[in-house]
Design a binder for this molecule. Structure first.
Ligand SMILES: [Zn+2]
Length: 362
């Protein structure tokens, strides 16, 4: 107690919760074989994340989890050890207690929840725990419970368990003032990974908002009159376009809210847009992410050129966020912390000069 920090207490609580939850996801329902490892680990990580989010601050927990995911799983997926959430082969199963099986496995369950909604997801989980209590289950058994409970075909979604690599989403937004529309072009791709040179398109839940000048979200109505359910677009093809109607003023797109999908997203948002989102987005994760985006751009530029560009936009975004009395201090601390050296190196991806990254951060 003399030296433990708040984070230490939170971590201890999370681990106790995780092992306790294994009573159900792991023990009462166990894995038919080791290939189903993420059925207990990914699922139980998801459950402990939800427990900690309910006990403490949901945005702060999400930020910490995404930071961990990117630091450990995204780097694993970008290198020679990249493997699917359900590996196809193993020599020694202890080698597969990995960030991919645990952390990406949890993200896959989270995406399922985002796609099915709170009620559908709960119905599927309840069915899984009743139907398979005392059984040795498979990932197919797990998914079938959600399909049966909601009537939804999850065959295409199941590819998340078999395909390795971090997908890329390139999103381009364009406002048409005359037509009162906002068009979003989305392109998805997954880079090749060892043993998987060809990749298929995935089902990606992209949570988003179009934030108006006063900071509130605009209604998301597509050209054919359909309202976007819960603000989640389903990306299923290599290229898709969405045209939102009834948009009176240029909005700022808040993309992948809450980090709804574990992807590398790039967009044509400007630094002014990011300052605006840091100050106004109703999604706390994206307020954090907007600030981080500004910081990453500066630090990457600084590390490449040796001179730091004007940090005016970052300072302004930090000022606006800091002066918001509704935000809790733990959230502000996360949002205002500069990305670490390893995070900047990951974003640079190649030709990393550690001295230059250090100097830029300083
Ligand atoms: Zn576990």
């Amino acid at each position: 107690p003399e030296t433990a920090t708040d984070a230490d207490y939170a971590n201890i609580e999370a681990i106790i919760a995780h092992e306790y939850f294994h009573n159900w996801s792991g023990n009462r329902i166990t894995c038919r074989d080791w290939f189903q490892l993420c059925l207990k680990e990914g699922l139980t990580v998801f459950r402990d994340q939800e427990f900690s989010s309910d006990q403490r601050s949901r945005p702060v927990k999400r930020i910490a989890d995404v930071r961990l995911l990117k630091a450990q799983q995204f780097t694993e997926d970008a290198g020679p050890l990249s493997h699917p959430v359900r590996p196809q082969v193993y020599r020694e199963i202890n080698n597969f207690y990995t960030a991919t099986v645990y952390e990406k496995g949890a993200e896959v369950v989270r995406m399922l929840k985002t796609l099915l909604g709170e009620e559908g997801f709960r119905a599927g989980m309840d069915l899984y725990f009743t139907r398979h209590d005392g059984h040795a289950a498979t990932i197919e058994d797990f998914l079938k419970c959600f399909a049966d409970a909601t009537g939804r075909d999850l065959d295409a979604f199941a590819l998340w368990y078999a395909q390795a690599g971090t997908p890329r989403l390139e999103v381009t937004g364009a406002y048409d003032a005359a037509a009162g529309t906002f068009r979003l072009d989305v392109a998805q791709s997954t880079p090749p990974t060892p043993g998987q040179s060809e990749k298929q398109p995935l089902v990606i839940p992209l949570a988003l908002g179009l934030v108006g000048p006063n900071g509130s979200d605009m209604p998301l109505v597509l050209e054919d009159g359909t309202q976007v359910q819960d603000g989640v677009l389903e990306i299923t093809a290599p290229r898709q376009s969405f045209v939102f109607t009834g948009i009176g003023t240029r909005p700022v797109a808040s993309l992948n809210r809450g980090f709804s999908a574990p992807v590398n997203l790039s967009s044509n948002l400007t630094s002014e847009d990011l300052v605006f989102l840091a100050a106004h987005d109703s999604d706390p994760f994206n307020r954090f992410d907007a600030l981080q985006g500004l910081a990453f751009a500066l630090l990457k530029d600084g590390a490449r050129t040796g001179t730091l560009p004007d940090p005016k936009a970052l300072v302004e975004a930090a000022r606006l966020l800091l002066s918001d009395a509704t935000l809790d201090p733990a959230f502000k601390a996360q949002a205002l912390a500069l990305p670490g050296e390893a995070e900047v190196a990951r974003e640079l991806a190649r030709d990393v000069n550690p001295d230059a990254v250090f100097a830029a951060r300083k």
